[in-house]
Design a protein around this ligand. Structure first.
Ligand code: GP9
Ligand code: MN
Length: 712
């Protein structure tokens, strides 16, 4: 036994032995922290495996730096690297507890949001066990100090150190390819910091974040106020006059923005096996007090939902590199819809049944001036409540009203649904229409989740009516992007009963619904060509907000003199006359491929191309160089990010206090919640109610029995 002990000790007395021990301990504690301190949403054996092994490659890489040093220096360096990475882990544990997200350089670099909230919140919620991450470090130092382990001062060959570095790099490569096999686009789309940590580890996440921050901050550092001149000039020269007939018709009304996940226009009035897939949305679409648009396109790029949100609320395009909400949402200055309306006396709130870190919403929403961000932890949880990216829509919609009714009016509330999301999975109990039969697995479930989403909207609308909220609200429904991508052309052709579905058809297939509903609104189906970039100016006009001062790239969809060129993020476009896909041009009305352009056609296409490339590049310049920090429109007050915190406790308190204003639905009903009036057929809630009533009847029958017993 002692011999084995001596051998082990002998091994630890070598440099490699100590190196291996340090790495093993760091690995263990990181894995422990992953499982106990974070909520990474690991699903499936591949993700389990990656979570377990992902601390190793970067730890070898980082700690391996010490192998290039000689003697005691090498040991000290190793311990310093260990201490630094441990402190980083510790800081993230604290930050995560408050924000359910990881620290970013952008946050640390000085957004007041974090410095303020960190000092207030984080240190107050420290757990004794958080300090456990330093234990191995203390042990290592003691082992060396008391010479239980002796330092081996013999130098390590450079080639060996290099070999270790190379090995670590290979391991990182292997880790990355395994991660990509489970989740493609992990780094390019950067959905969520939680994902990167789950797949690649905390240190790899830090490196990725560092590279990104360095890239974006270089562009920002060199920017100056005058860079905005060309943007202002372009916008001024291309301004469309808002439609006065509609100016201010919704002034002072509540605004609901209802985000219909992956919902395409073709679903409107679409029938499958003789049944309407989305009867509730169809009804809304055709109502005389709904303004519907049938040539409205999604314009998202890689950032998908995030791009849609960026356009809808800022009238700025997502960037070509991916989600601007992620890359720039934390640090940039914005003049977004929530802030504009907040300054007009509105209460603003975003609702989403997913973790707040997804698409960096938790930080971006602060920059946009949202008063509240009601995310996953605000909602009840239960068996089968979730599918895919979060809470099922029926449950989400129902429990959102618990907060909606507390919002002082007028309010601006954005509700982001999520069930109708790829891969369109739904449990049997929630399915109420058969799958389509194209034979393409990705496509065939789409009608099922779309129908489910539609039903959730129907239930929500019924509650709005009952609560009286519909009367004084304007509802804006929009589909954020395609649900079926261009990779499924054959299946789409089958679905639509066509023989062919080409690139032109796919461009037209990018239509998504936009419906603005308000009792008394002069509605109808409007045929103007437009896209998500145009929503904000349209809403602003309806609400009576003058938008000409703002840096916004869209135009009022109801304007009579607007340009109808719809830019796609990749430079393609659709106009009422021409459609560009790559290097091909089509006649939008007939779909005919224009092989030889006439001089007039060439002219028109050049003008449209020029407009599209200029708009996209100017919008990119605004975001990439953070140009809005140099300009505050008159009447607008710059958003102070540190004023906002989405901590549930704080929000609950603030909302409670706000009831004194007597403007919320709840206070107007003398504090009596209208949640009970919400009717949903969500089977998960019915199951629970059944279980509760059977236990209560069981307990009442058992109490009866016991009373019988006592009677006897
Ligand atoms: C997740 C949801 C999905 O929070 O918004 O985003 P998407 O994948 O559609 O971009
Ligand atoms: Mn989406």
């Amino acid at each position: 036994m002692t011999q084995i002990g001596r051998r082990i000790r002998g091994y630890f007395n070598t440099r490699f032995g100590f190196f291996a021990l340090t790495i093993a301990l760091f690995w263990l504690k990181t894995y422990w922290a992953y499982n106990t301190k974070f909520n990474l949403g690991v699903k499936g054996s591949m993700q389990e495996l990656l979570l377990a092994i992902n601390p190793i490659p970067t730890t070898i890489l980082l700690f391996g730096i010490a192998l290039y040093m000689s003697g005691r220096k090498s040991y000290i360096t190793m311990l310093i690297i260990d201490a630094l990475t441990t402190t980083w882990l510790f800081a993230n544990i604290l930050y995560y507890r408050e924000f359910s997200d990881f620290l970013t350089f952008a946050l640390i670099k000085g957004s007041g949001a974090v410095s303020n909230n960190l000092s207030k919140g984080v240190f107050g919620i420290m757990n004794a066990s958080d300090w456990f991450v330093f234990l191995d470090l203390v042990v290592l130092i003691l082992l060396l100090a008391f010479r239980v382990i002796r330092m081996n001062t013999a130098p390590v060959k450079k080639s060996v150190a290099l070999g270790i570095t190379a090995l670590a790099c290979c391991m990182i490569g292997a880790n990355l390819s395994m991660a990509y096999s489970d989740r493609s686009g992990l780094l390019t789309r950067t959905f969520d910091n939680n994902y990167i940590v789950k797949y690649l580890g905390l240190n790899a996440y830090t490196m990725v974040d560092g590279v990104k921050t360095a890239k974006t901050s270089a562009a920002k550092a060199n920017a100056k106020a005058s860079d905005l001149d060309s943007v202002k000039k372009f916008l001024k020269n291309h301004q469309a006059t808002p439609n006065v007939e509609y100016s201010g018709v919704a002034k002072g009304k509540n605004v609901f923005i209802i985000h219909l996940e992956s919902f395409q226009q073709f679903l409107i009035d679409f029938k499958w096996q003789g049944t309407e897939v989305t009867p509730n949305l169809n009804k809304l679409y055709h109502q005389s007090d709904t303004l519907s648009f049938d040539n409205f396109f999604n314009q998202v790029g890689q950032g998908k939902t995030a791009d849609a949100e960026m356009m809808l609320e800022n009238s700025l395009f997502g960037t070509a590199e991916g989600s601007a909400m992620v890359a720039d949402g934390t640090t940039n200055t914005f003049q977004a819809a929530p802030a504009i309306l907040d300054q007009m006396g509105y209460t603003t709130a975003a609702f989403h049944g997913d973790v707040p870190s997804f698409w960096n919403r938790d930080n971006a929403y602060r920059s946009w001036g949202y008063d509240y961000f009601i995310s996953k932890s605000y909602y009840p949880s239960g068996k089968n409540y979730e599918v895919g990216y979060g809470l099922k829509d029926k449950i989400f919609m129902k429990y959102s009203t618990k907060y909606v009714e507390q919002l002082p009016q007028p309010f601006y509330a954005k509700l982001i649904t999520v069930t109708n999301h790829y891969p369109y999975e739904l449990d049997k109990k929630n399915v109420s229409i058969a799958k389509t039969k194209t034979g393409d697995k990705t496509v065939d479930g789409y009608v099922q989740t779309a129908k489910y989403l539609d039903q959730s909207i129907g239930e929500f609308m019924a509650w709005l009516k009952k609560s009286g909220l519909e009367k004084n609200s304007m509802l804006v429904f929009y589909g954020d992007h395609y649900g079926i991508s261009g990779n499924h052309k054959k299946a789409v052709a089958k679905l639509l009963g066509r023989t062919d579905f080409n690139d032109f058809d796919n461009a037209q297939f990018q239509r998504v619904p936009l419906m603005i509903h308000m009792p008394g609104l002069k509605g109808g189906v409007n045929h103007t060509y437009g896209g998500e970039i145009d929503v904000l100016p349209t809403i602003e006009n309806l609400l009576g907000v003058k938008s000409s001062n703002y840096i916004q790239f869209g135009s009022d969809l109801l304007s009579k003199d607007r340009d109808q060129t719809v830019a796609f993020r990749n430079g393609d476009f659709v106009t009422p006359t021409y459609t560009k896909v790559g290097s091909s041009y089509y006649d939008t009305q007939t779909g005919e491929l224009l092989k030889k352009l006439t001089a007039a056609q060439k002219d028109a296409i050049d003008t449209a191309t020029n407009r599209v490339t200029t708009t996209l590049s100017l919008s990119d310049r605004v975001i990439n160089s953070d140009l809005l920090r140099f300009y505050t429109p008159s009447g607008f007050t710059k958003v102070k990010k540190s004023d906002y915190s989405y901590n549930k406790k704080t929000a609950t308190k603030t909302l409670k206090a706000a009831q004194k204003e007597n403007t919320s639905v709840l206070s107007q009903h003398k504090g009596e919640s209208l949640l009970d009036q919400y009717v949903t057929d969500a089977p998960e809630l019915a199951d629970e109610a059944d279980a509760a009533s059977s236990t209560s009847s069981a307990s009442s029958s058992s109490s009866k029995q016991s009373s019988k017993k006592t009677d006897q």
